[in-house]
Design a protein around this ligand. Structure first.
Ligand SMILES: Nc1ncnc2c1ncn2[C@@H]1O[C@H](COP(=O)(O)OP(=O)(O)OP(=O)(O)O)[C@@H](O)[C@H]1O
Ligand SMILES: [Mg+2]
Length: 320
């Protein structure tokens, strides 16, 4: 059996990490199993709050680092704003890559996702416009780096971002993207609890399939134990290099396994995409004709059509 086939076959099998059995004994509290300070601490629950707040809330998540989470969050958000959508991007990664990638001057940040998630400040205090009309950001801050420890002792620690979003009410956003750090810690948990669905970027390489196995197992477990409505809005294949046979094999396997959850188009490896953040611009502004820009624009169209085709905003309905 080839390596790729083995990794893909493993996706469906019980996964054990730190002795965590896929099938917990009856009555065992899964929440506690996941919230101890362990490498895989996670409590996920999705809440469909689109109807209450008008926005489609997507957590861009994958515990694997460097797979294109931030690149996807920033460029999809910008491309959707260019399509006339109102978009908010919340950066809950202490690395603050989405924040710098959108050209936010950190010196000018009055409040950040740290203030919102840890200190309980209203979301509106931290929300600032970007250079892209229609796209706002709640920036991250280095203070967020200690938040995993600060959050551990707090009540309802997994729900703090969700509460902040609910308290903010309908701000007119159609999409809210949450850019997650490369871990399954409490910040990612907060993002996923606040979201109705996940957007999962996967790099077109072999190890990605192994990482996906862990992610899928975790989702299946938590969906089963905590919230059956957790959805995957889509899988985004990133850093695709069509010259490599391995890249095609990985895509084929993911497509076989996940069908139309794999969003099109694939995102090509494109140097302009890696240059854009240093200019503080999304690719659609930095180099609108690049392959990366074209791909993210098309991906935005795919996602928009899938997720909001039938969406009717409460504010669009005239009063009776
Ligand atoms: N399609 C692409 N083509 C070329 N470079 C890319 C592409 N996508 C991402 N990159 C580059 O790869 C690196 C990792 O991407 P990115 O920061 O988006 O990943 P990430 O998953 O958010 O990482 P982390 O887990 O650290 O948050 C960055 O330098 C980014 O510019
Ligand atoms: Mg990132």
């Amino acid at each position: 059996m080839g390596l790729i086939h083995r990794a893909v076959n493993d996706l469906g099998k019980p996964y054990s990490q730190d002795g965590l059995a896929a099938n917990p004994p009856p009555g065992e509290n899964v929440e506690n199993r996941f919230t101890v300070a362990a490498p895989c601490q996670i409590v996920l629950a999705a809440h469909i709050i689109r109807t209450a707040m008008g926005a489609t809330i997507l957590a861009v998540a994958n515990q694997k680092g460097g797979v294109g989470k931030t690149t996807t969050a920033v460029n999809l958000a910008a491309a959707l704003a260019d399509r006339g959508r109102r978009v908010l991007l919340i950066d809950v990664d202490p690395q603050a890559n989405a924040t710098s990638g959108l050209g936010v001057d950190r010196g000018a940040v009055r409040a950040s996702s740290y203030d919102v998630v840890v200190l309980g400040r209203p979301l509106v205090d931290a929300r600032i416009p970007t250079a892209v009309p229609g796209l706002d950001i709640v920036p991250s801050d280095v203070a967020l780096a200690g938040s995993e420890i600060e959050l551990v002792g707090m009540a309802r620690r997994e729900h703090r971002l969700r509460y902040a979003l609910e308290a903010a009410g309908d701000s007119g956003d159609e999409y809210i993207f949450i850019d997650c750090p490369p871990s399954l810690g409490l910040l990612t948990v907060n993002a996923v609890v606040a979201a109705e669905a996940l957007l999962v970027p996967i790099q077109c390489e072999f190890y990605a399939l192994e990482g996906l196995g862990l992610l899928m197992h975790t989702l299946a477990l938590l969906r089963r134990e905590l919230n059956p409505s957790l959805e995957i809005a889509g899988i985004v294949m990133t850093l695709f290099d069509g010259r490599l046979a391995l890249a095609h094999q990985v895509v084929d396997e993911v497509r076989t396994r996940f069908g139309d959850q794999l969003l099109t188009p694939l995102i090509p490896r494109n140097v302009r995409l890696s240059e854009a953040p240093s200019h503080g611009l999304p690719i659609t502004r930095y180099d609108p004709n690049s392959r990366g820009a074209i791909a993210y624009r098309e991906l935005a169209a795919t996602l928009d059509q899938r997720l909001r085709r039938d969406a009717v905003r409460a504010s669009d309905i005239p009063p009776a």
